[in-house]
Design a protein around this ligand. Structure first.
Ligand code: URA
Ligand code: SF4
Length: 178
């Protein structure tokens, strides 16, 4: 697949309600690739991933635990178009979009992966179990190692405990040599 065709993809019904395909942003050879769930309203309007409140929290935690600022890693989502009313993407939508994620991983050749939230954890690492069982484990996409953590939206709802768990998951990622 040609990433030049991603901004005009119509492979699933999310193309009918989106404003913009949110491809991702960051340096081409960044080392760390962060994969979220799907664009929200701000991302759908602006075309950049993780710019809303969730994104700000995630960027802060990555900075504090991994010492990386946003410009030092690539961020994208498992699903590139906003689901209506921010509903969870359907399994079929994640499946439709997965070839794009795979194409991006092959093109970016990351050294480490961070999957953010249950949808991304399943899409990137193929977990059957939910995020409460898989967060913090070292997993792989091909031979690229990584870790999954909770979505920052869960931390915004769930308070400091979720933030502490996310910090511990990020330290598990750091222990891979970032
Ligand atoms: N939540 C996500 O998972 N991704 C975004 O880009 C924004 C919010
Ligand atoms: Fe294409 Fe993915 Fe958007 Fe569906 S969500 S239209 S598969 S880019």
């Amino acid at each position: 697949m040609d990433l030049a065709d991603l901004p005009s993809c119509r492979a699933c019904a999310l193309s009918e309600t989106r404003q913009r395909v949110v491809v991702g942003s960051g340096p081409a050879a960044s080392g760390l690739l962060v994969v979220g769930e799907a664009p929200g309203r701000h991302e759908d309007e602006g075309g950049e991933p993780f710019v809303g409140r969730s994104g700000q929290l995630l960027v802060r935690l990555i900075s504090e635990e991994l010492g990386l600022v946003r410009a030092q890693y690539f961020i994208t989502n498992a699903v590139k178009c906003r689901p209506p009313h921010n509903r969870t993407p359907r399994v079929s939508e994640v499946a439709s979009c997965r070839p794009w994620l795979e194409t991006q991983i092959v093109a970016l050749r990351p050294r480490w992966l961070l999957a953010v939230g249950n949808v991304a954890a399943r899409a990137v690492f193929g977990f059957d179990d939910g995020i409460s069982r898989t967060h913090g484990l070292v997993a792989h996409w091909g031979d690229v190692p990584g870790v999954a953590t909770y979505h920052p939206a869960a931390a915004l709802r769930g308070g400091p405990n979720v933030v502490d768990v996310m910090r511990a998951d990020l330290r598990a990622l750091r222990s891979l040599g970032i």
